[in-house]
Design a protein around this ligand. Structure first.
Ligand SMILES: [Zn+2]
Length: 494
């Protein structure tokens, strides 16, 4: 319905819904000139009904179109470019602070040398300004989590939500020198937000962020650390994970759970980062709101005006920041291309060295240069070679494009395209994990050596990364020899 609208508003809106609203704003701010410019692009031939409709001001018509879409329960989405990080990445998020626990969380993050995001409650900020400064100074992101977190005041009407968003922006701006662009809805957007909420907030440059991993640390008071860790570990892994946690009052157990959660993701090969404009925000799909709110074209016009009145400045700043980001991204891309060429060369050189895997008791497996990979400090080796040397059987299902590894009662399905590994043990639910360095390289499946060895009852005893002698020593966990050499059966992928 909005396709074919032409031109870009003076504010550089890139999205069609944004364009419509930009036109409305232009009409209010720039007066008749903008109206004329827009009217010239109207179709020449008009029916009587269309002519009558043209009598209405354009802003009214555009507002009506947008209103109809939103009232129909559909979102008008912001169209933006995002960057997918090369390494799988975790965005840890902490809601409901600052509190006395925030500093403890910051200490852990500093120790682990990782960045995260804090969604702060405005009314808690004045008492803990120094903590808020520290969050920013240490390179973490800060987002708006409303002023008082009281659902009925936030979700009874958009007006209530908006006034709290503005109030929180203001207390944060006082400390940080700028308004945050990130916003998280207390309780999440599902059943709280409707299409109107998303629309108003995105029009003025907020990025609304939900999550795709719930640590369940706020399901009741004092959820024990082990339960929080277990909930995180149970969540499916994806390339980008946004983890919901809390650093507000009463969340000491989250602080206790944090080191293990970080260790868990590091083990799976994840990097950590703070949310920024390049990250596609995790958002729940629109669910029926549990709040009885009524909308009308008049209330829509009033809210649009309300948001425009106090949101214009933030919207302009957001445009500016967005443009700066795109420029920076361009130059970064050029730098990255140069760096990638260098890295490829280095990798090629690194892989010109053979890798020797020593298995017990006296057998060794020598991998020729190019037949294994080494990245981010991890070796990936051919699945079949490893599995069969550790006494497992491997079968390849050509139709499903899945390899199955069997070792005793354990059965493991490896999907090299989805990069998932499903561990099936009798009496247990299948455990699916995502491993970034599972790959299909030169027609063979490679898996991380450490993970693969661990799965098949072995572990890395020692290793050397020295290019003149690159080797790994494996030992069985039970102390029994792990190397049982099997004749290779016919399996097309290694
Ligand atoms: Zn909250």
């Amino acid at each position: 319905m909005f396709k074919g609208k032409q031109g870009r508003g003076r504010w550089g809106w890139k999205r069609v819904g944004g364009l419509l609203a930009a036109v409305c704003l232009l009409l209010e701010l720039a007066g008749p000139a903008a109206y004329t410019a827009r009217a010239e692009s109207a179709p020449q031939k008009e029916t009587a009904a269309q002519a009558a409709q043209a009598q209405q001001t354009l802003s009214e018509r555009d507002n009506e179109e947008v209103y109809a879409v939103l009232a129909g329960g559909n979102r008008i989405r912001t169209e933006r470019e995002y960057t997918v990080p090369e390494q799988p990445t975790v965005y840890l998020t902490f809601d409901d602070g600052p509190s006395k626990y925030t500093e403890q969380v910051l200490d852990i993050l500093r120790e682990e040398e990782i960045k995260a995001t804090f969604f702060v409650v405005g009314q808690l900020v004045p008492d803990r300004k120094a903590v808020v400064s520290r969050i920013a100074r240490e390179g973490h992101a800060i987002g708006n989590h409303t002023y008082n977190h009281v659902y009925s005041e936030l979700y009874g009407s958009f007006k209530g939500f908006w006034s709290q968003a503005v109030k929180t922006d203001n207390v944060l701006e006082e400390i940080l020198g700028e308004k945050p662009f990130l916003l998280r809805a207390p309780g999440g957007t599902a059943t709280n937000f409707d299409a109107f909420y998303f629309y108003y907030l995105e029009q003025v440059g907020y990025t609304v962020v939900d999550w795709n991993v719930d640590s369940r640390d706020a399901t009741r008071q004092g959820v024990p650390a082990e339960e929080i860790v277990a909930a995180v570990k149970k969540s499916p892994l994806k390339h980008q994970l946004t983890v919901l946690m809390h650093d507000g009052a009463g969340h000491g157990e989250t602080v206790k759970a944090l080191p293990e959660i970080i260790a868990y993701y590091k083990e799976q090969g994840y990097a950590f980062a703070a949310l920024d404009r390049s990250v596609k925000p995790e958002q729940f799909s629109l669910a029926r709101s549990k709040w009885a709110r009524s909308y009308s074209p008049d209330s829509f016009a009033a809210s649009t005006a309300l948001v425009a009145a106090s949101g214009l400045e933030r919207q302009e700043k957001n445009q500016q920041a967005e443009q700066e980001r795109l420029l920076a991204q361009q130059s970064l891309r050029a730098q990255e291309e140069a760096a990638a060429a260098l890295a490829a060369l280095a990798r090629q050189r690194a892989e010109e060295v053979p890798l020797t895997v020593a298995l017990e008791p006296r057998s060794t497996w020598t991998l020729a240069p190019g037949s294994y990979s080494f990245a981010h400090g991890r070796f990936a080796v051919p699945l079949r070679g490893l599995a069969e040397r550790l006494g497992a059987q491997v079968a390849w299902d050509e139709t499903k494009r899945i390899a199955t590894v069997r070792s005793g009662l354990l059965s493991v399905e490896v999907d090299p395209v989805q990069r998932t590994i499903t561990e099936i043990r009798p009496g247990h639910a299948p455990a699916v994990r995502y491993l970034a360095d599972v790959s299909l390289t030169d027609g063979e499946i490679r898996i991380p050596l450490r993970y693969g060895a661990g799965l098949l009852g072995s572990s890395i005893q020692s290793y050397s990364l020295d290019p003149s002698d690159r080797n790994v020593q494996l030992a069985s966990k039970s102390g029994r020899p792990t190397a049982i050499l099997h004749p290779f059966d016919s399996w097309p992928l290694v």
